[in-house]
Design a protein around this ligand. Sequence first.
Ligand SMILES: O=C(O)CCC(=O)C(=O)O
Length: 275
Amino acid sequence: MHSLPATITALLNKPYSLTAEQINFYQQNRYIKLKQVFDESCLSFFNEAISKRVMLMNSETRPLDERNTYGKAFLQLFNLWREDETVKELVFSKRLAKIASDLMQTDGVRVYHDQALFKEGGGGITPWHADQYYWPLESDKTVTAWIPLQATPLEMGPLEFSAGSHQIIAGRDLEISDESEAAIQQTLRVTDFKHVIEPFDAGEVSFHSGWVFHRAGANTSNETRKVMTVIYMDKNMVLKQPDNSNQINDWNTWCPGAKVGEVINSPINPIIYQN
Ligand SMILES: O=C(O)CCC(=O)C(=O)O
């Protein structure tokens, strides 16, 4: 493995203990925010490494006012782990992967893919959506770790959740767009699901499942909201017949060679944690 400062390697391997209450909370609400997953030195180490890699990979040059709603939401770079040995240490870290597995109550997890989501100063909203619309995955045992690389106050556009909204079917067929923002907001307005809008402390990480509805506000600050995400799936996840062209694209891109009806075991979906 790539060599990192020993204290950082130690933290990446150190289990984060979840209480039964926290696991129950996640199972009911399909999101959870966990404080002190990382310390300041680990966060600033990966902030630097991920920022450098994003600058190298980014090809977006248009000013914000020339982009559509999706384009204004963030710079989006994928599978940094395949490009950067340092970032791979975070993406493959036992600490994060064990939390993902424990929350989903699985025997282990694979990587589906990772994404850096950098919402620039002045960047727009991330419309309401559910991630699993994009994923050709048979079960709902999927979870995204959303890792802000700095403290994220409300003005920077932290991730927001509709707690427990994985129970709602309406809106699951919408891609991220002005339409998904309006339609899902309309549906959620007449439900009792709590809309959770909270800042993130430095080192705090949230985990949300594939069918829970979530969004983010605009970044009204002058600073980029830097976030790294890792998407995990049950180690026994089966590929399903895709429902839409985005799912066909995801199949070809994130699990190439996997077969419908079989466990996804492509070289880029390794098991990174098991009990
Ligand atoms: O970072 C954002 O603004 C949105 C993130 C998101 O939708 C996700 O990680 O699933």
